[in-house]
Ligand binder design. Structure first.
Ligand code: ZN
Length: 105
């Protein structure tokens, strides 16, 4: 399940196959939709494309495009937490890590 909706700031959790975004890049989710074959959810992160087809990575169906948006797979992103929430998360992870080190000693 996606943890964000249109209008949220999102962060890439993996690199795009053609390199148009990289893990850690931050975007705004402009719009979400299911692709026409229904396999995946797509997100508009503000990138443009002049290709006439979008290929589904699951069933390889070619989808004729009616816009110039470069739709990308929505599951490659998660919601970007606020800065303080991200720092809390980093603190929690660091604590868990140091506890593991202590228990190893
Ligand atoms: Zn498909």
């Amino acid at each position: 399940m996606l943890d964000y909706r249109a209008g949220d700031d999102i962060v890439a959790i993996k690199d795009h196959s053609q390199g148009i975004y990289k893990k850690g890049d931050v975007f705004t989710a402009h719009e979400l939709k299911r692709n026409s074959c229904g396999c995946i959810i797509l997100v508009d992160i503000g990138l443009k494309s002049d290709r006439r087809f979008t290929q589904c990575p699951v069933c390889l169906t070619n989808d004729e495009k009616t816009d110039n948006i470069w739709w990308v797979e929505a599951r490659a992103f998660r919601k970007l937490l606020s800065k303080s929430e991200e720092e809390d998360l980093a603190d929690v992870l660091a604590e868990v890590f140091s506890e593991e080190l202590i228990s190893l000693n």
